[in-house]
Design a protein around this ligand. Structure first.
Ligand code: AMP
Length: 289
């Protein structure tokens, strides 16, 4: 695996790889875990060569967020990516990504508003901008994003369609610990006690999703989930919302595939999670039914 930090070197390395087949890109902010590695595994199934990027993107952090404390573990990230068969680790520094005089922002309206967009103003502009740059730097045939960051995936899909970007966007299901908590680089911020309490997030979402599927009014199921999160120590519960799975428009009754999304803080750590909620008639028929 080549570790590359300069754009010219990246372009020539990718050009050589491209002669050997399709290129997949896996954008990350590093501190890699099994969630990221599931993206790499899916990338390998879909392309001959995998480029992974590790860039802690200052543009997507707000002024009071964790940019300076965000975990950075480049050496172990590089080992994991190499073992997984990545061809290139693209790890530019901030001055390479945003040189002196940099002045362009990509802003996706609609899907980036509400949910995380409400509490993290500018966050999705930062994400869309860096991903547009990564697309133009690497020019991948396919790019992999996790459903863990479901709104981010929707923003990238919208941007790719709107700008006619010639790349296939693939979403990969959320990878979880055995107790259900979604893997996240930010889980390292949790104390042992908070880590146990954090289980309440996937559990509350799972129970609310089931209740909605069973016909309970959406508002009621969400109120119950919020109460359970509060009881487990989450404060504040930023949002628990049911949205259309494709457009992310709010939905008040389940008639199409929907997504139940939540963000809440535990101690100083902001956790997010989401689950698919299919109307009963769209569910896979189970054995014996
Ligand atoms: P990050 O390093 O947090 O910016 O994440 C990089 C990519 O990995 C994004 O597409 C995330 O959605 C994805 N990702 C992070 N955690 C998980 C997870 N637990 N399961 C699947 N994908 C994930």
């Amino acid at each position: 695996m080549q570790l590359i930090r300069e754009i010219d070197a990246l372009r020539s390395a990718v050009a050589t790889l491209r002669e050997g087949g399709r290129i997949a890109l896996v954008p990350t902010m590093g501190a890699l875990h099994a969630g990221h590695m599931a993206l790499v595994a899916e990338a390998k199934r879909r392309a001959a060569h995998v480029v992974a990027s590790v860039f802690v993107n200052p543009a997507q952090f707000g002024p009071n967020e964790d940019l300076s404390s965000y975990p950075r573990r480049e050496a172990s990230d590089a080992r994991m990516l190499e073992e997984a068969g990545c061809a290139i680790l693209w790890a530019p520094d901030a001055a390479t990504m945003y040189p002196e005089g940099y002045a362009t922002t990509v802003s996706v309206s609609g899907v980036s508003e509400g949910l995380c967009g409400a509490s993290r103003p500018g966050h999705f502009d930062g994400v869309a901008t860096v991903v547009a740059k990564l697309f133009s730097q690497v020019r991948p045939d396919v790019v992999l994003f996790g459903e863990k960051d479901y709104q981010q995936l929707a923003v990238i899909r919208r941007m790719t369609r709107d700008l006619d970007l010639p790349v296939e966007v693939v979403g990969v299901p959320t990878q979880r610990d055995a107790d259900g908590l979604a893997l996240s680089s930010r889980n390292v911020y949790l104390s042992d006690e908070e880590r146990i309490a954090a289980r309440a997030l996937p559990r509350a979402l799972g129970e609310a999703a089931q209740a909605i599927r069973d016909g309970e009014p959406v508002e009621e199921a969400i109120a119950v989930a919020r109460r359970k999160l509060g009881a487990a120590g989450f404060d504040p519960v930023e949002y628990v919302e049911l949205r259309d799975a494709d457009t992310l428009e709010p939905v008040s009754a389940l008639s199409r595939p929907a997504r139940l999304l939540a963000a809440a803080r535990l101690g100083g750590t902001r956790l997010i999670d989401n689950l698919g909620v299919l109307p009963k008639e769209d569910e896979e028929p189970s054995l014996g039914r």
